[in-house]
Write a protein that binds this ligand. Structure first.
Ligand code: IMP
Ligand code: MG
Length: 193
């Protein structure tokens, strides 16, 4: 375990087992459909890479990079697109692949934007679902794990752009950010998600 991690919340083995389970469900549900897995940069990259390889369907993968506007403590829910989809999606079934849903603001805005481009269908698969009050409700078709309202890192999730490469999901030690002006509950709002 990394020295900055207080506790491993979800182990590498648990992650891989859940990925296999979600992939099996998605494979059943999208049989014979023109599926596009849409990952959000950067946090969802390890998840979508593992998930896609466990789905034996003909599918496409694309990414969107978004950043939330807002002050240091509050996500405004208005999202700036840093990288858009490569083509039209009106003949595709879109499955958005997210790392974590927190307030729901970012994803809500993203979903709205994608919906206006008239995909054949639009659903969300999130690895983590934080148990807290949502500012915006987002319907999730596939959820990996419900987790407590703690700041977690690893398997794509970062604090100040670090720890994304940890193979497990862990709770960061408070000492890591105690002296830091960019507290974990605020820092991600102005960064690339
Ligand atoms: P929100 O749903 O608009 O509040 O923002 C969601 C985004 O904030 C996620 O996509 C992550 O990038 C980031 N985020 C929220 N909670 C955590 C966490 O516990 N660890 C790391 N990033 C997080
Ligand atoms: Mg994210």
């Amino acid at each position: 375990m990394h020295e900055d991690i207080a506790e491993i919340l979800i182990s590498e083995e648990q992650l891989q087992a859940k990925v296999a389970e979600l992939a099996a469900q998605i494979t059943r549900d999208y049989q014979g459909k023109n599926l596009l897995l849409l990952g959000t940069l950067k946090g969802a990259v390890p998840f979508i890479a593992d998930l896609a390889r466990a789905i034996p369907l003909l599918l496409e993968i694309d990414y969107m990079a978004v950043a939330s506007y807002g002050d240091s403590t509050q996500s405004s829910g208005v999202v700036r697109i840093l990288k858009d989809l490569e083509g039209p999606i009106d003949r595709k079934h879109i499955l958005v692949i997210e790392d974590i849903i927190d307030s729901g603001l970012t994803l809500h805005y993203l979903i709205d934007m994608i919906r206006r481009r008239n995909p054949l269908s639009l659903r969300v698969c999130t690895l983590l679902d934080k148990q807290r009050e949502r500012v915006k409700l987002v319907e999730t078709a596939y959820v990996g794990f419900s987790i407590p309202d703690r700041f977690v890192v690893g398997y794509g999730l970062d604090y100040a752009q670090r720890y994304r490469n940890l193979p497990y999901i862990g709770i960061l030690k408070p000492s890591v950010y105690e002296q830091d002006t960019a507290k974990p509950e605020t820092q991600h709002k102005s960064q690339l998600e």
